[in-house]
Design a protein around this ligand. Sequence first.
Ligand SMILES: [Zn+2]
Length: 354
Amino acid sequence: MVLLWLALVGTLQVARLKNYQDTVLFELKWDRRYPWRFSRSGNTFTVRFEGTSYKGPLRVERDWPLLRRIDVKTSSWSTRFTFTLPHRNFRVRIHPVKGGIAIWIYRHGQSSRAPPASGGGHAIRRIVIDPGHGGKDPGAIGWGGVREKTITLQVARKVAFYLKKWAPDLEVRLTRTRDVFVPLAKRGEMANRWGADLFVSIHCNYARNRRVRGLETYFLSDAKTKWARAVANFENGALRYEVEDEEILQDVLKGILSDLAQNAFLIQSQDLALTLHETILKTTRQPDRRVRQAGFYVLSKAYMPAVLIEIGFISNPREARLLASSSFQDRIARGIARGILRYIRVYARKNGGT
Ligand SMILES: [Zn+2]
């Protein structure tokens, strides 16, 4: 009788347990769909399955940023998985997949640092400049073989130079200072860990139509146009150098806008984008391709006002030549540095600071 019952209830088995930066995937295989219930409390959450037992270890320990431990309690009629995380800043998404169920854990909410700049009274002191791409990821290859990763680094260095020259009180860091590969999520994480107040990512644009040129500045939100979505897709494509699993990649991309952390900074990011865009145009006199919004993965990982600047089209012969020249890079860098300082002044006024 007992044997028959066991045969009827079937079992759950672990199919996958994977960690990717701020995401954990726990996948169970099942013989048929079982009802489940989810509950959370503090830094733990529980998923309970009815009508099924479980075969496998009863405790799994991991030293991951989003997972410490999974404890399993199982009987012939139900199984309970309890997940213990190092903190309570997480979200969970559970959905059936082919032949089983997937449990995703995402990081969510503020990093451990003090409240965001919007809290008021908090001065802007730390700036992170993020030169796009690097190492095995060249970014876009432009007219005459110009590489995006080279230009972004050169411009970022100049931005840091001008910021330090004009505002010695500011602390400025680059996410990379050499031609090395840095994963997209790590760029935001570096800024979070350091307690940065602003995040400015520098990129070069690319279009099939070689005549297109000009400046575009982005903040993180739903893409409003096909073009904005295409630009974000290209930049997010750098993830392919880090994630081999296509399914995880797709899920990571889908999660970009569902991570509400950046929403807290939507207004500031938009202000920052507008300010930078204007000041750069003043120094470079490029065609104005406007401030836009789209789902950039690199921005979604930075929990502070964050923008991405497409400083020009390396697919345009004329602009590619300019972008590769030290004097034009200097003009862009001065525009960015001026924009950052102007944003800080306006922000300080809004907050009654000095
Ligand atoms: Zn890029």
